[in-house]
Design a protein around this ligand. Structure first.
Ligand code: SF4
Length: 407
């Protein structure tokens, strides 16, 4: 049973999505299509939503992008998708939001980067314009500070003040201070302009794991607002997944974070929904949320007889993914089922007994008998060449029998 106490926060509602301490941690993603290309953007949003994204952020960088927003929302609705869209504004958000009220109303939330709102005397006016529109349409706002676009006026002031200290802080410590101060000051400014905490989300994204952990811990100590977590510019592939998971896991374990995005540089030809699947996998592996039965499988070693069990683990995982839409609709709680697919007698029976249903393939020099365990007990011993089909049939029956009373 998960015992992590999340930070107490207000609830923030974005369309039908609720975030905050009283709600599950929300998964977000972001498109990389030109927003003005309505067809491509709609297609990618649908793909991200199908993978489990609960909010999707879109770039709103010019007039064409802003003008496209209402049509994007309409086409999504025509496809039966009501996922809220977050408009990502930099430099000209005040102009776009005030000139395109229909688009401002169609978006579910606005992301404002305090480092990209403007400079000097115009800065506060631009910021106030965006908050005024958010208030007019009752939209939540994320004050999204990013290390790569930190408010340079604020940072310079802090660096100058630091230089005058008898014992100056390190450069990094001043960066952390500036990140947190930028988020807190702008959140206070938004509140002074009438934006309640029930419409306020904050983030302070950095690109190094330890920096991100440090700065979010500092931010969490300064505010009770809902926090959006993300390691920015995390990179791609294994590096991106590992570093994002490391950073987010530490903070989530400390109860910090109400919504997450894992920003991965896409691999050529690979769907962008990997970032959503990674978020799901992270939350499920930590026990925060459950999305589908999990498959425990060993890495295999010199004891493994062949790569038969590797294929079996893959086939069983893919089968579960394929069946989930049907199972989810029919069986409440099916996502918490655990399955084990193991390679030999060393850990195979133990893991298989611990899972709800598990199979332990014979390693080299073991007899060709394949025990299947259900609910901790030996259920059957399989033999023959069609083990995969036999086990998948048993998995189907196990799910059906366990949940059939719900039908
Ligand atoms: S269960 Fe057996 S095959 Fe799998 S890693 Fe352990 S010793 Fe190797």
């Amino acid at each position: 049973m998960l015992k992590i106490q999340r930070r107490v926060t207000p609830s923030v509602q974005i369309g039908s999505v609720l975030m905050g301490a009283a709600h599950p941690i929300v998964i977000q993603s972001m498109t990389n299509t030109p927003t003005a290309d309505v067809s491509a953007t709609v297609a990618q949003i649908l793909e991200l939503a199908a993978a489990g994204s609960e909010l999707v952020r879109i770039t709103v960088n010019d007039f064409d992008a802003m003008a496209a927003v209402p049509e994007i929302v309409e086409r999504l609705a025509d496809s039966g998708c009501s996922i809220p869209l977050v408009g990502d504004f930099h430099f000209n958000g005040h102009i776009l939001l005030t000139r395109y009220p229909k688009a401002a109303a169609a978006l579910g939330k606005y992301r404002i980067n305090p480092g990209n709102v403007g400079k000097g005397s115009g800065r506060e006016d631009n910021f106030a314009d965006m908050i005024r529109v958010a208030n007019e349409f009752g939209k939540p706002v994320r004050i999204g500070v990013n290390w790569g676009s930190l408010d340079q006026d604020l940072f310079t002031d802090l660096m100058d003040a630091n230089a005058r200290l008898s014992d100056p802080k390190s450069f990094k410590d001043v960066v952390y201070d500036a990140m947190v101060l930028s988020a807190v000051r702008n959140a206070e400014l938004a509140q002074s302009l009438g934006l309640g905490k029930d419409r306020l989300v904050m983030s302070t994204k950095m690109s190094e794991v330890q920096d991100m952990i440090q700065v979010y811990q500092m931010l969490a100590a300064k505010t009770d607002c809902v926090l959006h977590l993300g390691l920015t510019e995390a990179g791609g592939g294994i590096k991106g997944v590992a570093s994002s998971s490391a950073a987010l896991a530490v903070l989530l374990q400390q109860g910090i974070g109400d919504t997450i995005r894992i920003s991965l540089t896409p691999e050529p030809g690979v769907s962008r929904d990997v970032e959503v699947k990674t978020c799901r996998s992270l939350l499920q592996s930590m026990g925060f949320r459950y999305f589908m039965p999990s498959v425990t499988s060993c890495p295999g070693c010199g004891r493994t007889n062949s790569d038969k069990f590797v294929h079996l683990a893959k086939d069983v995982t893919e089968y579960i993914e394929k069946k989930m839409p049907e199972w989810r609709a029919r069986y409440v709680g099916v996502e918490k089922v655990t399955v084990a697919v193991m390679g030999c007698v060393v850990n195979g029976p133990g893991e298989s007994k611990y899972a709800d249903i598990g199979i332990s393939l014979p390693g080299s020099s073991e007899k060709p008998a394949i025990p299947v365990f259900q609910d901790g007990k030996l259920f059957k011993t399989l033999r023959g060449d069609d083990v995969k089909d036999q086990f998948i049939t048993m998995l189907d029956r196990y799910i059906e029998n366990r949940f059939s009373t719900q039908i």
